[in-house]
Design a protein around this ligand. Sequence first.
Ligand code: SF4
Length: 321
Amino acid sequence: MNDAQLSELGDITLGISACVAGENVRFDSSSKTSHFCMKELGNYVKFKPVCPEVAVGLPVPRPTIRQIRKDDVITVSRPDGSGDVTEALAEYGKKIGNYSRNLSGFIFCAKSPSCGMERVKVYSEDGKGSTSDGVGVFAREVMKANPLLPCEENGRLNDAIIRENFVARVYAYRKWQLLEASGLSKHKLTTFHSQFKYTVMSHDLIAYKELGQLLARADLPLEEMAEQYIHGLMAALTIKATRKKHANTLQHIQGYFAKELNSDEKQELCEQIEEYRKGLVPLFVPLTLIRHHLRRFPKDYLKKQFYLAPYPAELKLRYGM
Ligand code: SF4
């Protein structure tokens, strides 16, 4: 993504758990600063840090709180059941959920009874046992208010594939937000879809066909079509893109150069794609060669593909996958 494409996207703002953004707001006055968020991603996006526990009036430092299951109801309170903040956290989650229309993603702090997206510890009433199947009360409301919002946890962002996937979803969603804000039309929707062809293909080929079929329907009003489309697209992008699917996508792109490349150049590209498929080189290796050929033999359709430049290359997200 070059400077001009970046500036077209304007300010990209992500919500973030304040402790992950480096604020000392945890129960013990510490933080859980994410180096990747603050030192790398933070060069390209703005963050809106929120600490739901502080927002509902809890002090720093504070006694620990936890999720406790009684019968089938889960509450958030101190281990002895006092200081129940379940309702207050949920209300604050709804408030930020409404505000999340202004956000292009959210990074939550893992395992927290307020901010955890999944696998949060839920204790039995007597405190003697626990399960890890809870969702932070604040995080749940934010995700419920805007199911399209790309969300991830700080810990999971240490995984190269999850990290790349999250950032790609943020940039895709931002593009969609701008498209919507500019006023939708059938033509704009179709053009947008065509730019995501190879991105969706690298996640789920069936989804690409289904989304195309959706846009071909004559019986749907535009708004309903757009609603179904963006839900389908964002769902497809959460499906894991494997080496096999990327290699398949790269081979399709390779086909655009069939007439221009000589046999040595074709052979070189085939070998790089194959080496990538086998896990011998990272994704950026065949992609760099494809971009090189694209500069030599420009093709408008390919140049506009989100797949070839989904986010700033300086993030180096394709070096580890
Ligand atoms: S996990 Fe959430 S509630 Fe806990 S300190 Fe961090 S921002 Fe605050």
